[in-house]
Design a binder for this molecule. Sequence first.
Ligand SMILES: [Zn+2]
Length: 150
Amino acid sequence: MSDIINNECTGCLVARGEVGASIFETEHFILNQDAEVPLKGFLIVTSKKHVNSLIDFNENEVEELSSLLYKARKALSNLNICNEVTIVQEERSKHFHIWLFPYYDWMQEKFGKGIKYLRDINEYVIENATEEDKSETLDTIEKLKEYFNK
Ligand SMILES: [Zn+2]
């Protein structure tokens, strides 16, 4: 039964490497670019375990997670991908993942600034991304992979 549920879970697909462009992985977590939104530097940390809260991890796993988040945030600055990031984790999602959502100037011009605009920005990017945006996102994944694996 739980296999049936897990087969339909995007987080589990990401954890198995079947969805998303993986950048780096640790023992319990995967860092990847969001698979659906061609927005460069939109990173997601997903747990390999099918759980939904920070309190489902032990202290070692939380340390591993913090360190990965820190490195991912640092990479976005060190590689000059973006200067400001919003970090979000929603427990209503059944599979634990954390968004590192990059902020760019055009977002403020078009939507305003703040967490309430993230869904609108996602929808906008999915509908309006150009081929250039898509290839920029792919280039950014490669840069991040290089950064994490050096
Ligand atoms: Zn899952």
